[in-house]
Design a protein around this ligand. Structure first.
Ligand SMILES: O=P(O)(O)O[C@@H]1C[C@H](O)[C@@H](CO)O1
Length: 286
C-alpha cells in the first residue's frame, strides 16, 4: 500500500545549499528576516550587500508570486549582519510544507538563531484597520488539522526533537522589545498583538470561513508563516512574527468589497517605510 508521506527534503540538500552560500559570502548573520508580500524593500536598505538569486543556490525553490523577488540579500541593518529573504514560498504554489521552510534549516546551518517572519494578512478582528501592524502572539496551523506540517516524515535529529513544543513559538522578549520600538517611533496607535491563522490559499476566504475564524478567536488570516515558524522553533530559533493587515476580511453578505492581491501590495507599499523603521530600530537593540 502506498504510504502518504510529506516529501521530506534530504539532509544533504540543506547541507549543500548552506555550503554553497558559505562559499559565496563571508557574511555570517545570526538574524534572518523573511519578507512578506510586497515587504521586500527592507532588503534594499541593507548596507554592504551581497545578493544571491535563489536560482543560483543548489536545491533552493523558486518564487512564483508577484511581490516576492526571489533572492537572498546579506548585509548590515543598523550595524548588525542580517540575511533577508526577498520572497518566500507558499504551499499554494505547489510546494510541500517542508520545501516552503527549506531556507529556515539552511539559515540554521549558517548560524542564524533569530528569525523575523513578516507577512501580509487579512484582518478578522473588527477592531483592526487596514495598515495595522500585528505582532503575532500565537498561530493556528489550519492545514495541520489535516496532517500538513513541515516536520512530517522522518525526524532530522540534528535539527531538533521529534515532538517540539509550540506553546512558546513566538518569543515574548522579542515581542516586548518590538513593542518598545513602536513607542519610540510613534507607531503605537497602529500596533496590535494577535493570533494568526494560516490557510492553504490561493483562494481568499469565503464569508462563512471568515466568520468561522472569528468565532475561533483568530485576529488575522494569511497563507504563510506557519511552516517557517514551526521549522524555526524545531531548531530552537527565537522568533518574532509580524503581520501587516493589508485588507479587512469580508465578514458580511452586505459587503461589496472583494479581496485582491493588488490591495495587498498597495497597503504593503504604504506601510513599507514604517516597517523598515521598526525592524531597523529593533535589530539595533538585539
Ligand atoms: O507571503 P505573504 O503571506 O506575505 O502573502 C500573502 C498571502 C498570499 O501570498 C498573498 C495574498 O494576497 O499575500
Amino acid at each position: 500500500m502506498a504510504c502518504l508521506m510529506e516529501s521530506s527534503v534530504p539532509l544533504q540538500s540543506y547541507k549543500e545549499a548552506a555550503e554553497w552560500i558559505l562559499a559565496h559570502t563571508d557574511q555570517r548573520p545570526r538574524i534572518a528576516v523573511i519578507c512578506g508580500s510586497g515587504l521586500g524593500t527592507l532588503a534594499e536598505t541593507l548596507e554592504n550587500k551581497t545578493v544571491i538569486p535563489y536560482e543560483d543556490i543548489p536545491h533552493f525553490p523558486s518564487s512564483t508570486v508577484p511581490g516576492h523577488a526571489g533572492r537572498l540579500v546579506f548585509g548590515l541593518l543598523n550595524g548588525k549582519q542580517c540575511v533577508c529573504m526577498q520572497g518566500r514560498f507558499h504551499i499554494y504554489e505547489g510546494y510541500s510544507m517542508s520545501t516552503v521552510a527549506f531556507p529556515v534549516r539552511v539559515f540554521s546551518l549558517l548560524g542564524v538563531d533569530t528569525l523575523i517572519v513578516t507577512n501580509a494578512a487579512g484582518g478578522i478582528n473588527s477592531n483592526y484597520s487596514v495598515g495595522d501592524i500585528m505582532f503575532i502572539k500565537d498561530h493556528i496551523n489550519m492545514p495541520g488539522f489535516c496532517g500538513q506540517n513541515p516536520l512530517r516524515g522522518p525526524n532530522e535529529d540534528g535539527f531538533g526533537v521529534r515532538f517540539p513544543c509550540m506553546s512558546d513559538a513566538y518569543d515574548q522578549h522579542l515581542r516586548h522589545l518590538a513593542m518598545d520600538c513602536t513607542q519610540e517611533l510613534g507607531l503605537q496607535d497602529i500596533v496590535q498583538e494577535g493570533i494568526y491563522c494560516m490557510l492553504g490559499g490561493p483562494s481568499y476566504e469565503t464569508i462563512a470561513e471568515c466568520n468561522m475564524l472569528k468565532l475561533l478567536g483568530v485576529d488575522a488570516v494569511g497563507m504563510s508563516t506557519v511552516p517557517e515558524v514551526i521549522t524555526g522553533r524545531h531548531c530552537r530559533m527565537h522568533i518574532l512574527g509580524i503581520s501587516l493587515i493589508t485588507n479587512m476580511a469580508i465578514l458580511s453578505y452586505n459587503s461589496t468589497a472583494h479581496a485582491n492581491h493588488q490591495e495587498v501590495l498597495q497597503t504593503s507599499q504604504l506601510r513599507a517605510a514604517a516597517l523598515i523603521a521598526l525592524l531597523t530600530n529593533l535589530v539595533g537593540k538585539m
